[in-house]
Design a protein around this ligand. Structure first.
Ligand code: ATP
Ligand code: MG
Length: 262
């Protein structure tokens, strides 16, 4: 049964999509079955997976509105090795279209139910807002992975996000957990980075991933080739960091499974 993780942060440009695409490819490299859901009208995860967002027969929008099944909208990412539910600008209409639908916050959760057992991991790339799309992602997920840059305002935004996650968990999905906080675009030479990093360790010790993602130009270049960094330049520091993250994620999973059965 797949573990479903939303990659979320209402702050823009913190590395959500980069994390989603590269973590998906890294989990595939460790023989996991992965489905990546692009839930952002920007369609960056779609493009970054090598799929043309302007020529989609079906997208996640059609799935949410019940116009097609999830399997009908799915495409295989050749370079990533995972299944993709693509998105494009059509998804901006979802906010309004979902408004009058029954169980509007649970459309994604319901759509995923029949395919959950076909995957080990389902990763959802969220838009930079706490919109109805993000609420659908959180209602469908077991955990939230929060990518963040270690800068001053990041901590303020984090408090808002954690409060929203708790509210949504209370109302829609009591199982929802903060799976992990991921430091992205990390520069160990910056004193502010180290200061914020220390604060994160103090407040979120268990939830902070040991793995940090360095600022790495290969991670920024790879999407323009429609590839994860692992395919574009396997030896790059960025690709290796996401492989390490996939390892840490799996180890944590095994530990918590043991804790449950012990
Ligand atoms: N570790 C990194 N090193 C260098 N560049 C990075 C790194 N992570 C992300 N980037 C670049 O930073 C920009 C923002 O990253 P990304 O698109 O992943 O963020 P996002 O949180 O998904 O943004 P949005 O909120 O718009 O969806 C992109 O141009 C991306 O290529
Ligand atoms: Mg994004």
């Amino acid at each position: 049964m797949a573990r479903v993780f939303a990659i979320a942060n209402q702050k823009g440009g913190v590395g959500k999509t980069t994390t989603c695409v590269n973590l998906a490819a890294s989990l595939v490299a460790t023989r996991r079955r992965v489905l990546l859901i692009d839930l952002d009208p920007q369609g960056n995860a779609t493009t970054g997976s090598g799929v043309d967002k302007l020529n989609l027969e079906h997208s996640i929008y059609d799935v949410l509105t019940g116009e097609c099944s999830l399997v009908e909208a799915m495409q295989f990412s050749e370079h990533g090795g995972y299944q993709l539910l693509p998105a494009n600008r059509d998804l901006t209409a979802a906010e309004v279209s979902l408004l009058n639908m029954p169980a509007k916050e649970k459309r994604l959760r319901e759509a995923l139910a029949p395919v959950r057992e076909n995957y080990d991991y389902i990763l959802i790339d969220c838009p930079p807002s706490l919109s109805m799309l993000t609420v659908n992602a959180l209602a469908a997920s077991d955990g939230v992975i929060i990518p963040m840059q270690c800068e001053y305002y990041a901590l303020e935004g984090l408090t808002d996000l954690v409060n929203s996650i708790q509210r949504i968990a209370g109302a829609l999905n009591p199982e929802l957990r903060i799976e992990g906080l991921l430091r992205t675009m990390y520069d160990p030479r910056s004193s502010l980075t180290n200061e914020v990093s220390d604060q994160l360790k103090a407040h979120f010790s268990d939830q902070l991933y040991e793995t940090v993602i360095p600022r790495n130009v290969r991670l920024a270049e790879a999407p323009s080739h429609g590839m994860p960094a692992l395919e574009y330049d396997k030896q790059s520091k960025g690709a290796q960091a996401y492989l390490a993250l996939a390892g840490e994620l799996s180890r944590r999973q095994r530990r918590s499974a043991r804790a449950v059965t012990a």
